[in-house]
Design a protein around this ligand. Structure first.
Ligand code: FAD
Ligand code: SF4
Length: 333
């Protein structure tokens, strides 16, 4: 691990100022906020992340879950994944989020991991984590070892010739189906970014994963009020029953009227280079009867543009079945 300067911030303005000044004062040097540390410290030990300055944000007052005046939810960036999963409002009104969080990592990790850190967790591509191999995401222009290498766990949607890594988060898939907004504070003030615009496709700059700028601090995530009569569900399929990332997952929010679907939000995990909302699937569901035939048509639409690699064609069918199963659960329970 490289040597780095360490400081602790006690209010958001101080954290942002420290982050901004560290990013501008040292050319090429990087500042990182540390929350739970379950991604960052691992990557620093592997020499993948080499910040010159680490700012501990655990003392910022951002660990509350609050109801908003319009009936939505405001989630502080430092709310631990365990606390969010077990929050009564989340369990009642946003079940898909609670289920996604509980499907991730392990109890100990969820007790440390935070909402902001989970949003920004990095890919689990083995080459990204191995500095002895080329990787465009870690070292732009060096090449992608996964395209002709071990690509069984990689993405099939949103890939480019420069990177095929999947976004590993469960929480992000649920937040995408729930149409969350990410509240960011930076040197130029606050901005609110809909989650659909927060994550970037790899294109020819896979090292840029989100719209975050150096020194930006995520302060909150907000959720719109729950839709009347909507039900939601998260289904995760993986190589073993716990402590494993998704090969494919589906987050669905559905509301029906007399058997006809009048609201649908669909997002897939494990198969996209970013948490993958599928407007195509949603379109195939709206106004249709909540039947298996409708769900199959929606799943076909969601995976229509999938581009599998040499080892992960199975993910297309797995994701299809995962989505059909999640929709069936939500419609029948
Ligand atoms: C063994 C293992 C298994 C796992 N399994 C799963 C799984 O099945 N599903 C899953 O979804 N995840 C899984 N994870 C990932 C885990 O969910 C993440 O590591 C965790 O959510 C990151 O949160 P953190 O608070 O620890 O982030 P940190 O490590 O503290 O930070 C991560 C990144 O976010 C930045 N950051 C943190 N907070 C802020 C903020 N407020 N503003 C700006 N930047 C910020 C940091 O600078 C850093 O770049 C696993 C992790 C491990 C180690
Ligand atoms: S898939 Fe992306 S993260 Fe993995 S080796 Fe290729 S460029 Fe790196």
């Amino acid at each position: 691990m490289e040597p780095f300067a360490f400081s602790r911030a006690t209010d958001p303005a101080q954290a942002i100022k420290a982050g901004a000044s560290a990013s501008t004062a040292q050319q090429g040097a990087e500042v990182r906020f540390v929350a739970g540390g379950t991604t960052l410290i691992d990557l620093m030990k592997l020499d993948v992340e080499r910040p010159s300055r680490v700012i501990d944000i655990n003392h910022l007052p951002l660990a509350e879950v609050e109801r908003t005046s319009d009936g939505g939810l405001k989630i502080g960036a430092l709310v631990r994944n365990s606390d969010l999963a077990n929050n009564a409002d989340v369990q009642r009104d946003y079940a898909v989020l609670s289920q996604a969080l509980l499907a991730g990592a392990s109890g100990q990790l969820r007790n440390m991991a935070t909402t902001g850190g989970n949003l920004l967790q990095r890919t689990r591509c083995v080459y990204f984590r191995d500095t002895a191999t080329p990787c465009n995401k870690r070292e732009p222009g060096s090449g992608c070892s996964a395209i002709d290498g071990f690509n069984r766990t990689m993405a099939v949607l949103g890939t480019s010739e420069h990177c095929i890594a999947s976004n590993p988060s469960d929480m992000n898939v649920a937040l995408t189906a729930l149409q969350a907004t990410i509240v960011i504070r930076g040197a130029n003030g606050e901005r609110k970014v809909p989650i659909g615009e927060f994550f970037l496709l790899p294109g020819d700059t896979p090292d840029r994963e989100t719209v975050m700028q150096p020194g930006d601090l995520i302060t909150h995530v907000t959720l719109p009020p729950p839709k009347a009569d909507a039900r939601s569900h998260y289904l995760k399929l993986r190589d073993r029953a716990s402590y494993e990332f998704a090969l494919a997952s589906a987050a669905v929010v559905l509301a029906s009227d007399g058997g006809t679907i009048r609201h649908a939000r669909v997002a897939l995990g494990g198969v996209g280079t970013r948490p993958w909302r599928s407007p195509e699937a949603e379109q195939a569901l709206l106004g249709k009867p909540a039947t298996r035939q409708t769900f199959a048509a929606a799943a076909d639409a969601a995976l229509r543009d999938a581009k599998p690699q040499s080892q992960n064609a199975f993910k297309v069918e797995l994701a299809r079945r995962c989505l059909i199963s999640a929709l069936t659960t939500v419609a029948t329970t």
